[in-house]
Ligand binder design. Structure first.
Ligand SMILES: [Mg+2]
Length: 395
């Protein structure tokens, strides 16, 4: 079997782009993968074009060797753009191998440890609406719930006052309402928050110290992740477990966070870290340090399908992120239609609060390529947030 083409299929789904990648072979078997770099997808498409030049004609079953060749074939190796492209190809190659051998991908990773993949939901309401969201999720059986940072009239990740984000205002409001959530909804569920790297060390410390012990079970990326030393400093100022790693592109970016125990949950993203080949190495390394995986999965059904297979095949697993729940659906656009439903005619579907582990060969995911060209990629920018003094801050 030989690779005959690498096709980027950038599509618009709901309120954002997804970059699906199709790898074709001369035997008619093809595989699908997805890039995890949300935003700047054209850079990933460019990297895929470079990789295509030397992948055509290669044996798609030599997955590990291809990984090394993709990584080592340029002097300036690595980085988030190249690894996002590499991840998509690696995932697609596993899809091909599973189909060629007539087994689900988890079988290629050592077999399944579990029959279902437990997930967590996100409650995105602000103020009293957060309590309503948490109650709604609890009623539907969710026992792991993540929230987000609040901001005055903050709704769904945006503010209506010109994309202003003031950390001190946010932590005061968020700490107050998270404390109320525990008072009103109880302590018999896991609650975390993703601060979307919007704080600095001092702000994170103040935020954590404003809530009674036991309010939060984890805090996800309170600060940016470029500096493990910053997380070392933060570790001394709070005892709330950290969940870090969704942007890491390769085992080497995970290295200090695992070795120095700067994350308690590995927020690995299969579509950023380097696909299955790299993710399984990080998973084993995390297992050696008693760290469970809590995979990042905010993208499309290809990422979800792939992550389900990885989650099935590792012992050290916590919960998978899912963004189609009673409180949110990232696949719905302004038209009110689920853009992913027809586009991916075969895709994993949530049953209750978990995904059953699929049994079909490969990943168990299909894309309608005609619809893919109709739902074409479009230019999109993440919000460019500012402080009240006019300076730039993180979204
Ligand atoms: Mg996050």
């Amino acid at each position: 079997m030989k690779i005959t083409d690498i096709k980027p299929l950038p599509v618009w789904v709901g309120s954002r782009n997804q970059l699906v990648v199709k790898v074709e072979t001369d035997e008619g078997i093809y595989g699908l993968g997805e890039s995890g770099l949300s935003g700047r997808e054209l850079a990933v498409v460019g990297a895929l074009k470079h990789f295509r030049e030397f992948l055509i004609g290669k044996d798609p079953m030599q997955i590990g060797r291809i990984w090394q060749e993709l990584y080592r074939s340029q002097y300036f190796e690595g980085g988030r753009v190249l690894l996002a492209a590499q991840s998509a190809i690696d995932i697609a190659l596993y899809d091909i191998a599973g189909k060629a051998l007539n087994v689900p991908v988890y079988q290629l990773l050592g077999g399944k440890h579990r029959d279902v993949i437990p997930c967590f939901a996100t409650a995105s309401g602000s103020g009293a609406a957060l309590i309503d969201d948490v109650k709604l999720l609890r009623k539907h059986g969710w026992n792991v719930i993540r929230t987000g940072p609040m901001m005055l009239d903050h709704q769904g990740g945006f503010t209506s006052e010109g994309d202003i984000f003031e950390p001190r205002e946010s932590i005061a409001m968020t700490a107050k309402w998270l404390t109320k959530v525990r008072e009103e909804c109880g302590s018999d569920f896991v609650m975390g928050i993703d601060y979307h790297h919007r704080l600095n060390i001092a702000e994170t410390a103040s935020f954590c110290q404003r809530m009674p012990m036991g309010t939060l079970d984890f805090i996800e990326e309170p600060i940016r992740d470029e500096s493990p030393e910053a997380y070392e400093a933060l570790r001394k100022l709070t005892d709330i477990p950290f969940a870090v790693g969704e942007e890491f592109a390769s085992k080497w970016q995970f290295l200090p966070f695992i070795e120095k125990h700067l994350t308690d949950f590995a927020r690995i993203d299969l579509c950023n870290v380097g696909g299955f080949t790299e993710a399984m190495k990080v998973a084993g390394w995390a297992e050696a340090h008693y760290i469970d995986l809590m995979p990042h999965n905010p993208l499309g059904p290809v990422c979800t399908a792939a992550t389900i297979h990885m989650a099935a095949a590792v012992p050290n697993f916590a919960w998978l992120e899912v963004r189609v729940t009673q409180t949110e659906n990232l696949y719905y656009g302004q038209s009110g239609i689920n853009d992913a439903e027809a586009l991916f005619p075969v895709q994993p579907l949530l049953v209750g609060t978990s995904f059953p582990v699929p049994t079909a060969p490969g990943l168990g995911i299909e894309i309608d390529e005609k619809l893919a060209s109709a739902q074409a990629w479009k230019f999109w920018e993440a919000p460019h947030w500012k402080r009240r003094d006019g300076s730039v801050t993180n979204w």
